[in-house]
Design a protein around this ligand. Structure first.
Ligand SMILES: [Zn+2]
Length: 322
């Protein structure tokens, strides 16, 4: 995906899900995009969302991925041991701490010189993850597995985290419909349950740290782990608890639905009232109760839960007149 740089400070900008505005994460300047760029991003999002439509077989997935990866940007990094690492990335985002590159089978975090202790923080936070002893649902698949770390000649550090080829940052899908978002909320509640079980608060939980697989309808939490802390840790004078994860879940859902924030969520043709009310609601005291609440909201919003491919419309799923 094409990168736009801030006219003020040169930083790479983040494009909002509507494809109409961009924000610089460094200097916080907001821009309104011109029509050409808006068309480009909307087209890109539409293409990513088209992956939701079919339960494509392996061959078809590869073909689409090959097509998409033709527009990858190449970057070469020099390791202090003399090796060169080539990274082809579809998307990158940066903040003062790092740049995250979405490569085909990994997410590469490059920590700036002076910020390299965040690579250790990432490792430490991930090692705090704990799963129910049976982990029958294989929840560990949706959390980072670190595949390598490299010191570079410019004193920055690379950390490589595995991902499946079909996982992409949530931001690359733009605005989602109510049903798509309902599916996403279920997956995010799952992620929050693991964070709850592990007593971890993940302050960066959101559109740039969550990666989704449009074919298998899965969501993984790969970014931002350097800022993760234990439940009830004071950060900048504020005590963070796991309820913070559930607030972030609501904000993320509101953002992909195109609302400025969760408090602004409202009933529309696409978003039933119980759904909008859920987004505006205070989280339950823990993720397990919040997930149960969401399950109830889902039934009140869309009726009995049925497995759907994400672009199926209501009529196809529920039949006429039901
Ligand atoms: Zn800027």
């Amino acid at each position: 995906m094409k990168n736009l740089n801030c006219r003020n400070c040169g930083g790479p900008m983040l494009i909002d899900p509507s494809g109409t505005t961009a924000r610089c994460p460094y200097c916080r300047t907001d821009y309104v995009l011109d029509h050409k760029d808006t068309d480009y991003y909307r087209e890109f999002y539409a293409r990513m969302k088209s992956f939701f439509r079919l339960s494509a077989d392996g061959q078809e997935r590869r073909r689409r991925a090959d097509e998409l990866w033709k527009q990858a940007e190449q970057e070469t990094f020099s390791c202090s041991d003399g090796r060169q690492i080539n990274v082809a990335s579809l998307h990158r985002y940066s903040d003062r701490v790092m740049t995250a590159y979405t490569a085909r089978q990994s997410v590469i975090f490059r920590f700036e010189p002076g910020q390299t202790e965040n690579a250790d923080k990432y490792r430490r936070a991930v090692s705090m993850l704990d799963y129910p002893s049976a982990d029958v649902r294989n929840l560990s698949r949706f959390f980072p597995v670190i595949s390598g770390g490299f010191s570079l000649t410019d004193d920055s550090v690379l950390l490589a985290v595995k991902k499946s080829e079909d996982e992409y940052p949530l931001r690359l899908f733009g605005k989602l419909s109510g049903r798509h978002t309902a599916w996403l909320i279920g997956r995010m509640e799952n992620l929050c349950c693991v964070l709850e079980y592990s007593s971890i608060v993940h302050p960066d939980f959101g559109i740039d740290t969550i990666y989704i697989d449009p074919y298998d309808h899965q969501a993984s939490l790969y970014g931002g782990w350097w800022n993760a802390v234990r439940n009830h840790t004071a950060v900048n004078g504020k005590v963070l608890t796991t309820r913070h994860n559930l607030t972030a879940l609501r904000e993320t859902a509101a953002q992909v639905l195109g609302f400025p924030n969760a408090a602004a969520a409202k009933e529309t043709d696409d978003i039933p009232k119980p759904f909008a009310d859920f987004l505006k609601s205070e989280p339950e005291s823990n993720a397990y109760d919040d997930f149960a609440k969401w399950d109830d909201v889902l039934i009140r919003s869309y009726g009995e839960r049925k497995f759907i491919t994400m672009d199926t419309d209501d009529e196809q799923i529920y039949g006429k007149g039901t």
